[in-house]
Ligand binder design. Structure first.
Ligand code: HEM
Length: 132
């Protein structure tokens, strides 16, 4: 049962996206590079400079593994309370997605799989963007 206030989707019905991302090891390598790109991006630096980087990579890996249809359980914080108070605007959300796309391109992940992942993450803007 998914609470009405959550944008969490039911898991994918197959693991084709998980395979296209190179399974858990591929997702971890992607998230490691994504984290480095976030820290290097002038639009994102201010948000991520003081973050617990190791934890961030671990939590994102489990989350994207689950969203890809892989055998992972996300045990990190709920998106809404965790991102509340960071003053994240829609343009910040879009910038993060752009950085993720560059990271996925760099790993040669097929566009079809990239788009499937983005379609799962995009609705999370409702829980993450917290200024109009
Ligand atoms: C689809 C978009 C996003 C997803 C899936 C996502 C997911 C996550 C996850 C899983 C964590 C780790 C939670 C934990 O440690 O338990 C996290 C941390 C974080 N997120 Fe997001 N996030 C998204 C968008 C954003 C945006 C747009 C920003 C700011 C521009 C942001 C800023 C942060 C920061 C700064 C942390 C680390 C905080 C710390 O370690 O102190 N996130 N995010």
């Amino acid at each position: 049962q998914v609470p009405a206030s959550s944008s969490k989707l039911p898991p994918p019905t197959d693991d084709s996206v998980y395979q296209a991302f190179g399974q858990k090891a591929g997702i971890r390598a992607l998230m490691e590079d994504f984290k480095n790109r976030l820290l290097a991006d002038p639009r994102m630096q201010a948000f991520f400079k003081d973050s617990d980087r190791e934890r961030l990579v671990t939590q994102l890996t489990d989350q994207l593994c689950y969203e890809a249809g892989g055998p992972c359980v996300y045990k990190g914080a709920a998106m809404k309370p965790f991102h509340a108070g960071m003053t994240i605007q829609r343009e910040d959300f879009n910038a993060l997605v752009e950085v993720l796309q560059l990271a996925m391109d760099a790993k040669g992940i097929p566009f079809r799989a990239q788009n499937a992942m983005l379609a799962r993450l995009a609705p999370m803007h409702r829980d993450i963007v917290n200024t109009p």
